[in-house]
Write a protein that binds this ligand. Sequence first.
Ligand code: GDP
Ligand code: CA
Length: 324
Amino acid sequence: MPESKLSDNRRAGGVLALAGGVGGAKLAVGLAEILEPDALTVVVNTGDDETFYGLHVSPDIDTVTYSMAGLANPETGWGFAGDTFNALETLKTLGADAWFGLGDHDLALHLRRSELLRSGMTLSEVTLDLADKMGVQHPIVPMSDQPVRTIIESGDGEMSFQEYFVHRRSEPEVTGLRFDGADSASPSPAFKAALGSADAIVFCPSNPFLSVDPILAVPGVRRLVAAALVPVVVVSPIIGGRAVKGPAARIFETLAHKPPSALAVAEHYSGIATHFVMDNEDESSRQAVEALGYQVLVTETLMTTNKHKIDLAAAVCDMAGVSV
Ligand code: GDP
Ligand code: CA
């Protein structure tokens, strides 16, 4: 089945969703509930990928895969529900500086991913195969099969994304971002195909700087999205001036030099997106976002239940004219 998911037999059209981790995965789950497997492609950020203990870890792909498989830890939105940490504890007793919380199930996944990559499969092929084994029917696709690494520039120097986000708990002030390897990367084959055939492109409510911008930094992607003749719908990850979770709000201050808001998100994507979904809490900025040229939908965008995810996905599809 994995090969057929990427084959030329896939129906042209459908929704191309761009996602990071936890926020993106929530909308991806909603979209997968209402769209057939051949009508949705979820393209995921790999700028957060890192090697731990010699293993290839793809945190955002894993979050999206676990979520779409119904296997994610419901408390955190990431990690495998009910995972144990025996291997990590043993690693610590063996002297490892084990600051990245890898559960036993996670480790098995990373072992298998790394083994398949070493055998010569691409990250696209491996991602599809592993998602298939976990029961996911909709294609999950890395943004690129070549390595792209998000580097955080901060007052404390440069560091990898995981060093910043996990080890340093997003505490350093982000003064700049770099996507190492992006210049020589290309969009993965299924991403490229979806860019050319989608009926709508959806930016899930993911961190604009750390999750969506790396995807747009892959050569050709920003240009193809901007030139797409189909609706490009942004779902705001900022609600009432706050991020639901994570450092997005603070990064607006330090990188974009403006307070975090739905309007600031709309400005960030101005010129490449056409439609904007903001929360009821942000209704007062509707006109300002419309003045940027967006078609705007104001609705409930906080997804705390499966019904919220489905309702928001249905609203996004309706706005984009995609029949479900
Ligand atoms: P990460 O890679 O795990 O950090 O995940 P993402 O980049 O995909 O998501 C982080 C963003 O999701 C944050 O900016 C949150 O504000 C946003 N987010 C999380 N949950 C929700 C939600 O239920 N609704 C909306 N609108 N945004 C959300
Ligand atoms: Ca991430």
